[in-house]
Design a protein around this ligand. Structure first.
Ligand code: KG4
Ligand code: ZN
Length: 331
């Protein structure tokens, strides 16, 4: 089954053709991150303007790169949320329009769930029960995965998402948006023990995350002074280490309570190689499944993949009055 995936939740306009939920025949991504760089975060109106310009050419290119025509496509999958409502509507309207004109079913999928599915698109047969971690710009989720589509929420953030914390610390260090990848780069030559930052602990919720306090600690460490390049690197390394160690500690704790035979991770922050190395070092006894690098950030291949799985399960598409949603409870 050939599925056209469409993604437009935030600042990436993407389309992909995926066969049977796993084989990526094409993947096209147009990012508007360049225009948001100067604002320190995503500027929703500008993101929408770019989505409108890019959505049709990106879909056309994905079909072309897969050497297909619309007649070869069996299903259209689209991210229905969570995300920026204006941005979501552009992908949703495109999916509905194509569904009507091509006479093909369409299905809406949860973008955050798709981030997790990206780690299951490899050759292996997924291992359940498992723990799942979504570490992205908008989410920090710790879950138990019983099956694709069946989850128990273990922990989430009570304030900033992990990627958001990276981007805000990036701002404090005068780095352009998104700060995450640049902090990883700076941290390579920094000393992670130079500053004793700590992520927050949430009273009576041992699995929940809080990253707003650590961001304030970084602010105090900087104290509006001109930083030497080495100080910047040490702050980046110390912040990155403290934030990731917190995630690892809570994952290890969850493994004691929730049966799991593997760990699946997804979301833009999973691009970070220091994070991958820390997990390998601290939790060597569990198989760790990371998405390939090109499927960590927002992309339509994971949307098409998950859309296939959902359709396989329900055997029917969504009605044409399906709405987008800025927030969707995950589990
Ligand atoms: O999953 P994603 O593309 O978007 C959301 O659904 O939110 O994640 C984007 C986030 C941004 O906050 C970005 O700074 C972060 O992922 N990110 C990283 C790295 N690459 C991207 N954070 C830390 N280290 C990285 N290498
Ligand atoms: Zn995302």
């Amino acid at each position: 089954m050939n599925v056209l995936g469409i993604e437009s939740t935030c600042d990436e306009t993407s389309a992909a053709i995926v066969k049977d939920g796993k084989t990526i025949l094409s993947l096209v991504i147009a990012s508007s991150a360049d225009i948001h760089a100067q604002y320190g975060g995503v500027f929703p109106e500008l993101a929408c303007q770019r989505h409108i310009e890019a959505i049709i050419p990106v879909i056309e290119e994905a079909i072309k790169q897969a050497n297909m025509t619309p007649a070869d496509i069996d299903l259209i999958a689209v991210a229905k949320g969570p995300g920026l409502v204006g941005a979501l509507l552009i992908g949703m309207q495109a999916a509905k329009g194509l569904s009507i004109s091509w006479q093909k079913p369409f299905i809406g999928v949860n973008h955050v769930e798709a981030h997790l599915y990206a780690a299951m698109m490899g050759d292996h047969k997924p291992i359940f029960p498992a723990l799942g971690l979504v570490l992205s710009g908008g989410h920090t989720l710790l879950l138990q995965i019983h099956d694709v589509g069946k989850y128990t929420l273990i922990g989430t953030t009570v304030d900033d998402a992990i990627g958001e914390a990276f981007d805000k610390v990036g701002c404090l260090l005068n780095l352009p948006y998104p700060g995450g990848p640049l902090i990883e780069k700076l941290a390579i030559d920094g000393d992670p023990s130079k500053f004793s930052f700590r992520a927050g602990q949430v009273k009576r919720s041992p699995y929940d995350f809080s990253f707003s306090g650590i961001k304030t600690s970084v602010l105090y460490a900087i104290k509006e002074k001109e930083l030497l390049e080495q100080e910047k690197k040490d702050i980046a390394a110390s912040f990155q280490h403290a934030a990731f160690i917190d995630i690892i500690k809570k994952t290890k704790l969850a493994l004691q309570q929730y049966p799991a035979n593997a760990i699946y991770l997804g979301g833009g922050v999973c691009n970070n190689l220091y994070l991958r190395a820390l997990f390998q070092k601290h939790i060597p006894e569990f198989p760790l499944f990371w998405p390939p690098k090109h499927l960590c950030l927002d992309n339509a291949a994971m949307i098409a993949g998950l859309g296939f799985q959902k359709y396989l399960h329900t055997q029917e598409g969504d009605p044409l009055d399906l709405e987008v949603s800025a927030r969707i409870p995950f589990a």
